[in-house]
Design a protein around this ligand. Structure first.
Ligand SMILES: [Mg+2]
Length: 348
């Protein structure tokens, strides 16, 4: 599906390990005042003064987390950084630095890695974070990416998964289910392409959801907005695995239950129409799909007036006493148990 318009190939052996890292990172500049030393010494040196440091790390494996037949390397570089930044924002912190390490087999030419690092550079620029370290090495098969993100916050501002109490409102940013359905569209086109390599997929009607899959954004803006609105969530998590599983994390950590209202789950019209086309249930997709990288948080009811008119936020439910359990309240007003996969239709 991805046409190689400029098939230049420089083998990685020609570069040598040291030449390779220098080459790939030569255009990265340090912008954060906390980055005292980045790439170019044995270790980076950072100074967060009196702030707390927040650290998160993630590993992405070809064939498990991404498929290069429809994921352009530039997008992959971008997304690898974004998914890590999302975890920093989920702590109500600001991301400041990343390290990026990749292992690739010799089927990847230098130009492929350049493309990957272009995506990394774009993410760093947009989210105002510095690349301060990383490594490149060889793998026997496929590509493996490891990104670590660092961020800062005042101790009093940090929000954990733990902290919800009964009657807190459950709020989500943006809309859900798009990334999963975007993946379904790309998988379908891949199958079509296998049968007919001359086919030109028309992805235009699906551009929103395909972009949600290939080029997701992290909700830095939500953290900034919450600060401006003077709302400190009582708990928060980012939606990487699906709404249902993230809600269960907040419930478990906070020792609370929850009522989630099906008719309040925010869905883009493209998600609704594409779900119909695939004969899938859009609620199930929002609950179990994942990779939306929206923020899910609970707030004290007193803070409701501050967020209620804001188009970035949707109140989707409320926390309850732990003994009540975690439930989805359907459009038909029946209550069903939430499970990590979505819902459990066999228990009430
Ligand atoms: Mg997370």
């Amino acid at each position: 599906m991805i046409e190689d318009k400029n098939p230049q190939r420089t083998s990685l052996e020609e570069m040598g390990e040291f030449g390779l890292i220098d080459h790939l990172t030569q255009n990265f500049k340090l912008n954060q005042p906390s980055s005292l030393m980045g790439i170019g010494d044995d270790a980076a040196v950072l100074d967060f003064a009196d702030k707390k440091t927040v650290v998160s790390t993630d590993m992405l494996v070809e064939g498990v987390h991404f498929d290069l037949s429809y994921m352009p390397l530039k997008h992959l570089g971008y997304k690898s950084v974004i998914v890590n930044l999302s975890d920093i924002y989920a702590m109500n912190a600001m991301a400041t630095q990343v390290t990026v390490s990749i292992a690739v087999s010799n089927r990847f030419p230098l130009e492929a890695l350049e493309e990957f690092y272009e995506g990394v550079a774009t993410a760093c620029k947009i989210y105002h974070v510095d690349l301060v370290g990383g490594d490149t090495t060889s793998s026997n098969k496929g590509m493996i990416i490891s990104v670590t993100a660092l961020g800062v916050a005042d101790e009093k501002d940090i929000v954990y998964r733990k902290g919800s109490k009964a009657n807190d409102l459950l709020v989500v940013s943006g809309d859900l289910g798009g990334a999963y359905l975007g993946l379904q569209v790309l998988e379908r086109e891949k199958e079509v392409f296998k049968v007919n390599p001359n086919s030109q997929p028309d992805l235009e009607p699906y551009s929103y959801i395909v972009e949600r899959q290939l080029k997701p954004e992290a909700r830095k803006d939500v953290v900034e907005l919450l600060k401006k609105l003077e709302v400190k969530p009582t708990s928060m998590i980012d939606i990487s695995d699906g709404l249902s599983s993230e809600i269960l994390h907040l419930c478990k950590q906070g020792e609370v239950g929850c009522n989630l209202f099906e008719d309040q789950i925010p869905l883009d019209p493209t998600v609704i129409s594409t779900a119909e086309e695939f004969k899938m249930d859009s609620t199930m997709i929002a609950l179990g799909g994942g990779e939306d990288y929206e923020l899910l948080f609970s707030i004290d009811q007193e803070d409701y007036p501050k967020i209620k008119a804001n188009p970035n936020f949707t109140v989707i439910g409320h926390m309850t006493e732990k003994a009540e359990g975690a439930h989805l309240v359907t459009r038909a007003k029946t209550k069903i148990s939430l499970t990590a996969q979505g819902w459990n239709s066999f228990s009430g």
